[in-house]
Design a protein around this ligand. Structure first.
Ligand code: FAD
Length: 429
């Protein structure tokens, strides 16, 4: 058996941060191998931004990140400029929509293609390959990674498949049944870029790990506690599927914690939508979420508006739900009229409910649709300047992307972290 080649850098995971790391390492003159367990590189990128890939934000405010100080330190003073230069350097033209950055094509595959074009000539790319063991060889000062891969390349499906997603599905199916073999890969440095499920990698490399939990997902809730025992609260289910532009506020122990405007999608179990995904990073069971259906009006102003309306359309106490006709979706009007019952159907009560529609948080929900996972390898284990693991924990090891304990709001902040932490990790020596 010939001795295995020793690469300067082995990158575990060929997603957003791994590919950025590979580009940076290759540009620094290192020999690079990318080890990806899936059938193709960069597949997670294709699912982002509903297939359009919201790849960054025009204002990468550290406050949008779980650890603002760490985000500021790692991402630098001018992360927007650095990312613009990075995208330019791989030939990726971007455009901005309401502060969110997208590829000009508005297609996530453009982002993946540009990354692959930039990395392919300068790195060895191994797909369908899993790491099954890792040990640092002190004598040779390099990592020995035991990898498992199919004995022979996956064969293309007999019937030609033109749709990429279908092709990936077919190849994944074949990979599951493929006969496998093991070999050793040696690298002077390893970069872990395995994404949000990093527990196994942490265990393999002897790293500390914070339990992961899905965030950026829907939130399960029910009408707030004054209605807890009221069977009429069932009317909440009737809102399922309704989309409303509103202002969401998170309230804990009576104190407001956070507010954001956006579109809420009501579900039978709770609420969803991008603004709710951001809420999911902050809320806990027992918190109250208030929905303001008329954020452009103050409450007193809304009472006056409702009184003027009552003068034209009639008394809300007489009409109840139909009184909201032309003002709110019928289901929402009916819901407000239902929960107004104990206080009566006055303009004041209606205006108050329309400004403070209160829901009690039960927890996050639909975890399979979560965009990121909170937790991972803690920052206490790495040096922030280059994301290298502290030498007393493990030698010649760097972490980037979602494998670290970092998450952020929707809006391109998570991918911005993946690119920038990947660039730092790849450039470090
Ligand atoms: C549906 C969806 C939509 C999203 N939309 C956006 C958006 O529009 N904007 C935004 O900023 N963020 C978005 N995100 C979040 C964003 O995708 C992640 O923050 C980002 O991909 C993290 O990059 P990463 O490189 O750390 O991990 P990933 O991109 O997940 O890459 C990790 C890679 O490592 C591979 N891997 C894992 N374990 C191993 C192993 N043991 N051996 C070898 N390979 C391994 C995986 O197969 C994967 O290819 C979205 C996420 C989802 C799920």
């Amino acid at each position: 058996m010939p001795a295995p080649i020793t690469y300067d850098v082995a990158i575990v995971g060929g997603g957003a941060s791994g590919l950025a790391a590979a580009i940076a390492a290759a540009r620094a003159g290192d020999s690079v191998i990318v080890i990806e367990r899936d059938v193709e590189l960069g597949l997670p990128i294709l699912a982002t931004g509903n297939g359009r890939c919201n790849l960054s934000n025009a204002h990468l405010d550290p406050a949008r990140y779980r650890h603002p100080d760490i985000a500021r330190t790692v991402m630098g003073e001018h992360p927007e400029d650095e990312l613009a230069a990075f995208f330019d350097s791989i030939g990726l033209l971007t455009c901005e929509v309401d502060g969110r950055l997208y590829p000009y094509s508005k297609r996530a595959d453009s982002v993946r293609d540009a990354l692959l074009m930039a990395v392919a000539p300068h790195a060895e790319l191994r797909t369908c390959t899993d790491i099954v063991g890792a040990g640092f060889d002190e004598a040779d000062a390099c990592w020995r990674l035991e990898i498992s891969r199919p004995t022979k390349p996956l064969s293309p499906p007999k019937k030609p498949i033109t749709e990429f997603k279908a092709l990936v599905r077919a190849l994944r199916k074949e990979l599951r049944c493929a006969e496998r073999t093991r070999e050793t890969v040696c690298a002077r440095r390893v970069i872990i870029a395995c994404g949000g499920s990093s527990e196994h990698m942490a265990e393999m490399f002897g790293l500390p790990h914070i339990a992961e939990e899905p965030v950026l997902c829907p939130v399960a809730c029910r009408p707030a506690d004054f209605l807890r025992h009221d069977p009429r609260s069932i009317a909440f289910d009737h809102l399922d599927g309704l989309r409303v532009d509103c202002r969401l506020s998170l309230i804990r122990d009576g104190a407001p914690l956070w507010t954001e405007d956006g579109e809420v999608l009501f579900r039978s179990y709770g609420i969803s939508g991008i603004v709710v995904f951001d809420l999911s990073r902050r809320c806990s069971a027992g918190d109250v979420v208030e929905i303001d259906l008329f954020p452009i009006y103050g409450e007193a102003e809304l009472v006056r508006l409702f009184e003027a309306r009552a003068a034209v359309f009639g008394d809300p106490a007489q009409m109840t739900a139909p009184w909201f006709c032309g003002l709110l979706d019928g289901r929402l009007g009916a819901y407000i009229a239902t929960i107004a019952e104990p206080d009566g159907h006055t303009c004041g009560a209606y205006a108050h409910l329309a400004k403070h529609l209160a829901l009690e948080v039960l927890g996050t929900s639909e975890h399979a649709s979560a965009q990121v996972r909170r937790g991972g390898i803690p920052f206490s284990a790495v040096t922030l300047s280059d994301l290298t693991v502290r030498p007393d924990i493990a030698p010649a090891l760097t972490i980037c992307g979602e494998a670290l304990d970092m998450d952020a709001d929707c809006g391109g902040f998570n991918l911005a972290w993946a690119w920038l932490s990947g660039l730092r990790a790849g450039a470090g020596r």
